[in-house]
Design a protein around this ligand. Structure first.
Ligand code: EPU
Length: 439
């Protein structure tokens, strides 16, 4: 099992390009099921979750070909409708084939995703939305079975106890594009990944307006055709890289940076003393170059995770890592996944002082973190541990980096390109204990 060995203490500097977004690519790939032609997607990040989606699409009768970061998807057998447990359990985002399969093939059988390390993640809103479009839904043997000869447009409220749902909006919007008549999704997710998906579907012939706002309107069409679409830059990777540079008090240029999609984060970073400035005002603010610098001493901040355009839950752990070095107490409140704090105990092992009470963590900033062996338990928490390792005194070993590899393309190589000292190696703690026990 791969682990990372990090020698802390280098100030990062240089230039890096931000990859295409995983969370935009996954629903875009699933939406290819809706097309009667060829869907070419560019800037797909080479990640394990993307590999799992390719596997799933092939099982569902799609031909997937491609090179580097581009892929082309075409349906060759539209009879397959079953997303099996074996794949869904490795990747919750498999749920985003539910809407496209139902709309394009009249039936979808998708294994119900279970809980995950960051807490309960129900899909009730996805199902409620599809039912409102006229689907019958039943559960059988752990699978969700959705059926409808032709979906009918409807007015659907998609808000839940924690606000809107991103993949739920993607599912209902993708299904409604082929429904008969008009659909209104109220309390839709406003995340840039949803706007990106709507742009792609419109380029295929759909008629969607309002994506990026809480009210999306869709006029159903008979069929969707081919498209060649470039995936938006990954705002979470962009935020992680900027924070990593700032944490080491470094200085770097990041290109393909989705500045306009990160305003809540940039606001908090600015208050903390991290400055992210655009280098060319002529460039598209959603895909531009920025310069990252930071004050030598960082200020504490208060932040609360919220649906877009608020501070994203997917950058909460990384921001907390920075706050461990601020000059005072920061307060972090998690409003999307109240238990998404697996990184707290690991940061504590590295000398951070953190107090958790329910969905809130008080971070008592300090001067230094200390290298230690730590365990990654979820994707974004792992990134926070790598960042902590970059500044810690001595050596940090981050174990189970397969979590990290789900959402970052070789993060160690990206930080190493800026001068970090991170080495990937094969680490088997059980074997080392056994070896030590031999008399
Ligand atoms: N929720 C419900 N019912 C539902 C769906 C969601 O109550 O039917 C709740 C969830 O439990 C959560 C909140 O609503 O409290 C928001 O969940 P959402 O459905 O928006 O999450 P998601 O669509 O399953 C995507 C990202 C996550 C990201 C969240 C929130 C993908 C593949 N995943 O998940 O990304 O945290 O939106 O922004 O797009 C990650 O990349 O590390 C990651 C976890």
């Amino acid at each position: 099992m791969d682990a990372l060995r990090i020698q802390g203490g280098t100030r990062l500097s240089g230039t890096l390009e931000v990859d295409g977004s995983k969370n935009a690519a996954l629903p875009a790939m699933a939406a290819a099921i809706l097309s009667t032609g060829e869907v070419t997607l560019r800037d797909i990040p080479t990640l394990s979750d993307i590999g799992n989606m390719v596997k799933l699409l092939r099982e569902l009768g799609c031909e997937v070909t491609g090179q580097d970061r581009d892929c082309t998807i075409r349906t060759i057998d539209a009879s397959a409708t079953h997303a099996r447990y074996d794949i869904v359990r490795t990747m919750r985002a498999s749920i985003c084939v539910l809407g496209p399969l139902l709309a394009a093939r009249g039936e979808a059988r998708v294994s119900m995703p279970g809980g995950c390390a960051i807490g309960d993640r129900p899909v009730d809103l996805h199902l409620r939305g599809l039912e409102a479009l006229g689907a019958t839904i039943e559960l059988d043997g752990g699978d969700i079975i959705a059926r409808a000869k032709r979906l009918r447009g409807a007015t659907i409220f998609l808000g839940g106890p924690f606000g809107s749902t991103v993949l739920g909006t993607a599912n209902v919007m993708s299904a409604a594009v082929l429904a008969e008549g008009r659909t209104v999704i109220e309390s839709a997710a406003c995340e840039p990944e949803i706007s990106g998906l709507a742009d792609m579907l419109n380029a295929m012939g759909a008629n969607i307006s309002g994506a990026g706002t809480p009210r999306i309107e869709i006029e159903g069409v008979e069929s969707l055709g081919s498209v060649d679409y470039r995936i938006i830059p990954d705002r979470i990777v962009a935020g992680t890289l900027a924070m990593g540079v700032a944490m080491t008090n470094g200085e770097a240029t990041l290109t393909n940076f989705p500045y306009d999609n990160l305003l809540a984060v940039l606001d908090r970073l600015n208050i903390a003393g991290v400055h992210v400035t655009r280098t060319n005002p002529e460039e598209d603010p959603k895909r531009c170059s920025v310069h990252v610098t930071s004050e030598r001493r960082l200020e504490p901040v208060l932040f609360t995770t919220q649906p877009y355009p608020g501070f994203p839950t997917d950058l909460q752990a990384q921001m907390m890592a920075i706050m461990c070095l601020a000059d005072g107490n920061s307060i972090v409140t998690e409003r999307i996944y109240p238990d998404r704090f697996l990184h707290v105990s690991e940061l504590t092992r590295m000398g951070a002082t953190l107090f958790r009470s329910g969905p809130t963590v008080v971070v008592q900033g300090g001067d230094q973190l200390i290298g230690a062996p730590v365990m990654a338990s979820d994707l974004r928490g792992s990134a926070a541990l790598v960042m902590a390792g970059l500044v810690a005194r001595g050596e940090t070993i981050v174990q189970r980096v397969y979590h990290l590899d789900r959402g970052y393309v070789r993060l160690e190589e990206q930080f190493n390109a800026l001068g970090a000292g991170i080495e990937r190696f094969d680490h088997n703690p059980a074997e080392s204990i056994e070896a030590a026990e031999i008399p």
